[in-house]
Design a protein around this ligand. Structure first.
Ligand code: BYC
Length: 324
């Protein structure tokens, strides 16, 4: 005899819209804002895209620290352009998240209230000029490795935003490599500064890819929905494989004594990452977490007059239109 409990255990037939969603994902096609989507898919995208946008905005701080001290006019101009690009990336990404039904103010409030995450990497200080090189080479390099597959993310506005972002990230990565190359061809003190910077940024850049696969609660579902195309560990491994020949070309040493090619695995063996450090940074206790948030809040308050002026202008325009 079928009991009510048995009936409850039988999965409901997927609705027509659920079937349509599954077909689009299966066909590697794209979900657009007008399409029906499961609530959990929408929430995951809002989480990932808004975190990504916040990372771009907070990510302006470590480099803007060097705009006034860049060693030449050329370097200053390049750095200003790069930091402006990061602001642009944040804006494309906030716009993509807005198509999912969340307002920009709400995302911003979550960030200012300390409720939203941004990438762990931006909670480290930039004490030397070589850090501009290491950020470009390692941080933007990791970003490219992680973000090129996101150009094929199943959500249309996110994938399209990523195409442009990745093009700009390539320029960022090159300029960082070139800063390090110039330092490595310089005096012993410059070479030492470059190596010291690589030593400090290498491990945090590997942490950008997120926790190991067996501790990544979101990966399986995000991969099934084709938001993520590769796991955190797969991308991290790919990144290390890219870095090794580039480090050789630069003449810098990657600070991992265990790093060596494993013929059988066709990949590099490496030391265990210090996940305690990662967890500490995520918990708000990294070297620069408090400073980054304080600066972001100050910048928001300093910009209040711009928001008020823009709102007043929009009101006047609307009133004029109504009268006409
Ligand atoms: N930092 O289940 P998991 C840039 C969180 S911008 C902080 O693997 P998921 C640049 C994760 O959010 C770089 N938190 O998550 C800008 C989750 O927490 P919640 C930013 C991290 O989403 C300016 C929990 O840990 N790039 O490149 O499947 C200048 C469990 O993780 C981190 C992006 O945002 C981290 N590193 O995978 C220069 C790329 N890692 O939300 C450069 C887009 C993990 O459950 N995002 N967490 O509380 C992604 O690809 C994915 O979201 C991640 C994480 C691979 C980062």
């Amino acid at each position: 005899m079928t009991t009510p409990a048995d009936l409850a255990a039988v999965p409901a037939e997927p609705s027509a819209e659920e079937r349509r969603f599954a077909e689009i994902i299966e066909a590697d096609s794209r979900i657009e804002p007008r399409d029906w989507m499961p609530e959990a898919y929408r929430k995951t995208l809002i989480r990932q895209i808004s975190q990504h946008a916040h990372s771009e905005i907070i990510g302006m701080q470590p480099e803007s620290n060097w705009i006034t001290r860049a060693p030449s006019l050329k370097r200053k101009a390049i750095l200003i352009a790069k930091v402006q690009d990061e602001a642009g990336h944040g804006l494309y990404l906030y716009s993509a998240a807005q198509t999912l039904g969340i307002g920009r103010e709400e995302m911003n409030e979550q960030l200012l209230a300390g409720k939203a995450r941004y990438s762990s990497i931006f909670n480290y200080h930039t004490p030397s000029w070589a850090d501009m090189g290491a950020i470009g080479w390692l941080v933007d390099g990791a970003a490219i490795c992680n973000q090129v597959p996101l150009c094929r993310a199943s959500y249309g506005p996110y994938g399209r935003a990523m195409v442009r972002i990745c093009k700009e990230e390539s320029f960022h990565q090159r300029q960082g490599f070139e800063i390090l190359l110039e330092l490595m061809q310089g005096t012993p003190a410059q070479r030492e500064m470059a190596q010291d910077s690589v030593n400090r940024w290498y491990w945090p850049s590997l942490m950008m890819f997120g926790p190991p696969d067996d501790e990544s609660p979101n990966s399986a579902q995000s991969m099934a929905w084709k938001i993520k195309r590769f796991s955190n560990d797969e991308l991290r491994q790919r990144f290390v494989g890219m870095l090794v020949p580039q480090a050789e070309a630069l003449g810098v040493t990657l600070p991992d004594p265990e790093l060596k090619w494993n013929e059988e695995k066709q990949a590099y063996d490496m030391s265990e990452i210090d996940w305690t450090e990662f967890q500490e940074v995520l918990a708000g206790r990294g070297p620069a977490n408090a400073e980054r948030m304080r600066r972001r809040r100050e910048a928001h308050e300093d910009g209040a007059w711009v928001r008020e002026a823009a709102a007043a202008y929009a009101r006047t325009q609307a009133e004029r239109k109504a009268v006409a």
